[in-house]
Design a protein around this ligand. Structure first.
Ligand SMILES: Nc1ncnc2c1ncn2[C@@H]1O[C@H](COP(=O)(O)OP(=O)(O)OP(=O)(O)O)[C@@H](O)[C@H]1O
Ligand SMILES: [Mg+2]
Length: 236
């Protein structure tokens, strides 16, 4: 098991509950899709798992430790591109940001770090763009560059918050294929609003709307794609 939530309660203001009594076990070599309505608590769930937020009640464990003690084992692709598209940074430099915690006191990256960046760019199919300005990439390419940045440190757990929100179907499928390959050895949790496209390809679906429900991908109804959230319907 890579991580777990046990009876977790979380509120930002101490009044309105955002997550209530959330328990889940995250096993290795699994691909989890996280779905649920806007404001349901999906991003909050990921932030708790990274130790950026702490629960008021309950416990969260990651690789046998508190999340904040093993944060370098997590690769994270945030929900919104917070990068100025005109910020003068190359694709290679963006990927190297994933190693900032390892930067030497001289502020330079070592040859082996550059090699890691190239390996990460290779794995997302962007090696030919390593010298391109990040701002010149298409939406799908930019997402893949951000995934390379999350992969460079060799994480055990990859968290992605709607990485395919602004890209076309083909780029989306390419990213799923990439993540599925990663999930053969490690663990992936991905927030998505496009469950129909990936339900058949994931191992588990976590439905988060203040509480967490684990769904079998086979039970997930097409209504999810239209934003109509309801418990799985049984035919009997
Ligand atoms: N920093 C914050 N301070 C106070 N309230 C917050 C904060 N961040 C989120 N919230 C509130 O917590 C609730 C859950 O937010 P969260 O971002 O986890 O939802 P989400 O499921 O990721 O939604 P979306 O699908 O829109 O990304 C929302 O009502 C939101 O307004
Ligand atoms: Mg969110």
């Amino acid at each position: 098991m890579i991580g777990s939530f046990k009876n977790v309660f979380f509120s930002y203001d101490g009044v309105n509950p955002i997550l209530e009594n959330v328990s889940v076990e995250l096993k290795e070599k699994q691909f989890f899709a996280i779905v649920g309505p806007n404001g349901g608590g999906k991003t909050t769930f990921l932030k708790l798992l990274m130790g950026l937020l702490e629960p008021q009640k309950g416990s969260i464990e990651l690789l046998g430790y508190k999340p904040q003690d093993v944060r370098q084992k997590i690769g994270y692709v945030p929900q919104v591109l917070r990068f100025d598209k005109h910020f003068p940074i190359s694709v290679e430099e963006l990927v190297l940001q994933g190693l900032l915690s390892k930067l030497s006191w001289l502020g330079r990256f070592k040859t082996e770090d550059i090699a890691l960046a190239h390996q990460a760019l290779e794995s997302v199919g962007l090696i030919d763009y390593k010298e391109a300005p990040f701002g010149s990439l298409s939406g799908g390419q930019a997402q893949r560059a951000l995934i390379a940045r999350a992969l460079i440190g060799g994480p055990d757990l990859l968290l992605l918050d709607e990485p395919t929100a602004s890209i076309d179907n083909r780029a989306e499928q390419e990213i799923f294929t990439l993540l599925k390959r990663f999930a053969q050895n490690k663990t992936v949790l991905m927030v998505t609003h496009d469950l129909n496209a990936i339900a058949p390809q994931v191992d588990h679906v976590l439905f988060i709307n203040r509480t967490l429900t684990i769904l079998n991908p086979a039970d997930v109804c097409g209504h999810f794609a239209m934003g109509v959230y309801h418990p799985p319907l049984r035919s009997n």
